[in-house]
Design a protein around this ligand. Structure first.
Ligand code: SF4
Length: 186
């Protein structure tokens, strides 16, 4: 038996988090609300001793940090190449999650970003009559991620974080996070 095993403090509880919630430098220029981490998430994510896995930012991989805002809708990103990128990134996340799951770890939730063409969970932006509106649904990356988790046989709750009031109620999202963590037990 390894002499360090008895002092191993890991909690075996993991969360997969949209890249920019931990690194606002990845956001489209003009949309970062914080210098680094999206601060309202710091305490909720750390106080329960949850391991945080930062997912890749698909838009960064696609167009880099200087990408234009454009219409900021799903319509802007909905191309075969971008969907393929989202599928590949989502597949890698699901593979990593499945490895943890198979080893007895719990994957508590995946965090997305409401109002994002890629990472929305419940409120996704679309173009309608030339205007950007939010409609119920997932962004392109979260859609691919849900499919990848399902294909891997994983049931992972999704929680969308609204960074701005226009995208939803942040307090409600943080309450949902607490509920999921509480139901999962310590
Ligand atoms: S694509 Fe997702 S991770 Fe990247 S900046 Fe947009 S919301 Fe954040």
């Amino acid at each position: 038996m390894n002499e360090h095993t008895s002092s191993d403090a890991r909690g075996r509880r993991i969360a997969f988090v949209a890249h920019c919630l931990l690194n606002q430098n990845a956001k489209v220029p003009g949309l970062a609300g914080y210098p680094g981490v999206f601060q309202p998430l710091c305490t909720p994510l750390t106080r329960h001793g949850i391991g945080i896995v930062q997912m890749r930012c698909p838009e960064m991989d696609h167009l880099g940090p200087g990408r234009p805002l454009g219409t900021d809708t799903i319509d802007q990103y909905d191309t075969p190449a971008y969907r393929d990128l989202c599928r590949r990134l989502a597949g890698a996340v699901a593979t990593e999650a499945a490895v943890y799951h198979a080893a007895g770890y719990r994957v508590l939730f995946a965090l997305g970003v409401e109002g994002s063409p890629s990472c929305s969970v419940s409120n996704a932006p679309v173009l309608e009559a030339g205007c950007r509106i939010l409609r119920p649904g997932r962004g392109l990356f979260m859609e691919a991620l849900a499919a990848a988790f399902a294909a891997a046989g994983l049931q992972v709750p999704f929680i969308g974080i609204p960074e701005v009031p226009e995208s939803g109620e942040l307090d409600e999202a943080l309450s949902s996070l607490e509920v999921v963590v509480t139901c999962a037990g310590e």
